[in-house]
Design a protein around this ligand. Structure first.
Ligand code: FES
Ligand SMILES: [Fe+2]
Length: 384
């Protein structure tokens, strides 16, 4: 019996169309720009292609299709010569604008010797590329906002991590509206949850309390984490900036968390997490750095928890939702704007939409669950 046949007798059928063959229009972060500034070309597999990234003599980072238009060699195996990338096969020289600038053994460069070049942006220590299946440049109003702390001495430097995830990247975007999984998968305890979608920005506002059952009891005198406030926005399809504050007994710890990804192909993506922490009297330089490293590891563990789910789940276009779930369908309508031509973006994909979840029931039930876990832990520690 197929899933569709099952649907006829009242059993809910899971529906899923094939994953899209095009990749989202928008800015995608390829990671810390420093990484690409070591004098060597780099290979990046993204948008179903192989790309070469190289820093030209003028300091700019350039992104080209990796395959040389001469005889198809891989430019990312070549060398940087001045402002150009030199192909390892016959030394043709390609500029960051995609044009062949010279062929040392030839009198002339053939007409129309041009390969595809991506628009790049090097901002706040991060390298971005603009992907547009229609081939248009980024409109000026479609930007990634500046992250103030990224260039300030009052903040730590980036603690940056990357992992490869073998599924379609819609799974990670779904997290924006998924409050309940934060309790069950990430062992946090949301008490307030709201989404706002507008234009190319999707926001999640979440407040939570500590989960004493999810970590070892605090030692005497150790500051207790009381809760957190998170305001996280996707700017476009793949780059989320999260103003994340942890509330302790005696201080607030301010951090900016980046959750970003770029598709390798339709069934895999690279997931990035980056974090910076604000230094303060209570958290001077060394302590803030240590805290950033600790939070970086913590966030990576959070990604692993999601990955465990994604690895085994199926794609589902028609999730069966209850009242305490977030607006998955509206979120996906918002996300759709990046997969259609600009001319086909419909008002309902970009109109302002707000939804605040009623957390009364979940918080009641979760409180009981936490108490039960604590009671069990206490009982276990008493048994010899
Ligand atoms: S294949 Fe690149 S120069 Fe010949
Ligand atoms: Fe998650």
């Amino acid at each position: 019996m197929t899933a569709a046949e099952a649907g006829t007798d009242g059993v809910r059928a899971i529906e899923a169309e094939a994953v899209p063959t095009r990749f989202a229009r928008g800015w995608h972060c390829l990671g810390l720009s420093e990484r690409f500034k070591d004098g060597r070309p780099h290979t990046v597999n993204a948008f179903g292609q192989k790309l070469v990234i190289f820093q030209s003599g003028d300091g700019r980072l350039n992104v080209l299709d990796a395959y040389c238009r001469h005889m198809g060699a891989d430019l990312s195996q070549g060398t940087i010569k001045g402002d150009e990338i030199a192909c390892p096969f016959h030394d043709w020289r390609w500029g960051g604008d995609g044009r062949c600038k010279q062929i040392p053994y030839s009198r002339r460069v053939p007409l129309r010797a041009r390969t595809s070049a991506w628009t790049t942006m090097d901002q706040d220590g991060l390298l971005f590329v603009w992907n547009d299946p229609e081939g248009n440049p980024p409109p000026p109003e479609v930007t990634i906002p500046r992250i103030e702390g990224a260039t300030s001495d009052e903040w730590t430097t980036w603690v940056w991590k990357e992992i490869v995830v073998d599924t379609n990247c819609r799974e990670v975007v779904d997290n924006i509206v998924d409050m309940a999984h934060f309790f069950y998968v990430h062992y946090s305890f949301p008490t307030y949850f709201k989404n706002i979608f507008e234009g190319p920005v999707a926001t999640q506002i979440m407040k939570g309390v500590g989960r004493p059952d999810a970590r070892p009891p605090a030692k005497n005198g150790e500051p207790q984490m009381r809760g957190n406030t998170s305001v996280a926005s996707y700017h476009g399809p793949s780059f989320m900036i999260d103003d994340l504050t942890y509330h302790y007994d005696d201080m607030d710890l301010h951090s900016v968390l980046i959750n970003a990804h770029y598709p390798i192909d339709a069934n895999s993506f690279v997931l990035h997490s980056g974090i910076i922490v604000r230094r303060s009297d209570k958290l001077p330089a060394g302590a803030a750095d240590a805290m950033a490293v600790k939070l970086g590891d913590f966030i990576l563990r959070g990604f692993d928890q999601d990955v465990q789910i994604w690895k085994h789940k199926t794609r589902i276009d028609n999730p069966l939702l209850c009242e305490e779930d977030g607006p998955v369908y509206q979120l996906r309508r918002w996300y759709e704007q990046f997969y259609v031509d600009v001319a086909d973006v419909r008002p309902e994909m970009v109109e302002r939409f707000e939804f605040e979840l009623d957390t009364t029931r979940p918080t009641e039930v979760w409180k009981q669950e936490v108490e039960a876990n604590l009671a069990r832990r206490a009982a276990e520690s008493r048994t010899p």
